[in-house]
Write a protein that binds this ligand. Structure first.
Ligand SMILES: [Zn+2]
Length: 219
């Protein structure tokens, strides 16, 4: 079984956490994550009581994607406010967080220092090799997606990411997660079997609700 930590596309071939934030109720029986994306932050509309009810569902494995984006969305102070509220929920409900971070590592890092979160933060779609050393100094998990096919610097950097910090994802790309597994195993010079084991362990350690979520999965 392959493990896809973050996707906007549902498949029953692998264990996949579908991003439900786009209001895809179609995915009701799969594992999902839920969060208010920084592009969509709207302080008036967001209803945190409903949000909490939804993320308490057994098959909700994470809060996300949420985060900070300096290229898109409302001004950063508003994004930080919404991010903070969701981090508080993640700590309260003991759920990991899938994070979208674009040109805002400094702000994210400050929040990380401030919260010292007990829950695992996942840097999703990681492709900013310039900040890799900084990210590696934290406990953040690093999720690699389809950029690995084309981003040569990321391919080099992947060799520096310790196995126990690694997750894989398809995100919005129309690729099979198997292709990402294959590329990563080739770059890291480990067998596909070995990588399978690493990713499965990391996934289960990170998304601790996966086992209780299985009971409501209904393919
Ligand atoms: Zn995404």
């Amino acid at each position: 079984m392959l493990f896809d930590s973050h996707s906007h596309i549902y498949t029953d071939r692998n264990t996949v956490i579908v991003n439900k934030s786009d209001k895809n109720d179609f995915f009701v029986n799969s594992f999902f994550s839920l969060g208010i994306h920084p592009w969509n932050v709207n302080p008036i509309e967001d209803n945190f009581l409903l949000f909490e009810l939804e993320v308490k569902k057994k098959n909700c494995l994470a809060i996300g994607e949420i985060g900070l984006d300096k290229l898109k969305g409302p001004r950063i102070e508003i994004q930080i406010d919404m991010f903070t509220k969701q981090i508080e929920i993640s700590e309260k409900l003991e759920l990991p967080v899938i994070i979208h971070c674009v040109k805002a590592w400094n702000e994210l890092y400050l929040l990380y220092k401030k919260f010292q979160p007990k829950q695992i933060w996942i840097f999703h779609g990681f492709n900013k090799v310039g900040i890799l050393n900084e990210v590696l100094k934290t406990d953040l998990m690093i999720s690699i997606g389809s950029s690995i096919f084309t981003n040569i610097q990321l391919q080099e950097s992947l060799k520096l990411i310790p196995n126990e910090k690694l997750l894989l994802e398809t995100d919005e790309a129309n690729v099979d997660i198997l292709e990402i597994y294959q590329k990563v195993s080739e770059i890291k010079k480990i067998s596909l079997q070995e990588l399978d084991q690493i990713i499965e362990e990391n996934f289960k350690r990170t998304f601790r609700k996966w086992q209780s979520g299985l009971s409501v999965q209904n393919y």
